[in-house]
Write a new protein. Structure first.
Length: 94
């Protein structure tokens, strides 16, 4: 499904991303991992071949930083998808 696709994943070191990234990678996607914490990005990226994974330290709330993410990802070719994996969940009573 993602073979040959170029995917950007924002907030690439959270719980959501930890479930998606191995699947995308195993299916043959190239990945650009973005997030604010360089150490966490490096840790996640170390699981994959650096020929298919790039990291960019960026804050998704800063347009100039996200332009940098787009530019780095474009080195893999056309961008096929952007996944914003930020978020968390909480159990609340309604």
């Amino acid at each position: 499904m993602t073979k040959g696709k170029n995917i950007i994943v924002v907030a690439a070191y959270g719980d959501i991303a930890s479930r998606m990234l191995p699947v995308f990678y195993a299916q043959g996607a190239t990945l650009t991992l973005a997030g604010r914490d360089p150490d966490k990005l490096k840790m996640v990226a170390s699981q994959f071949d650096p020929k298919r994974v790039k990291i960019v330290v960026a804050d998704a709330t800063k347009p100039a930083q996200m332009k940098k993410v787009l530019k780095v990802s474009a080195a893999f070719g056309l961008i096929d998808a952007v996944v914003v994996a930020a978020g968390s969940h909480a159990v609340v009573s309604l």
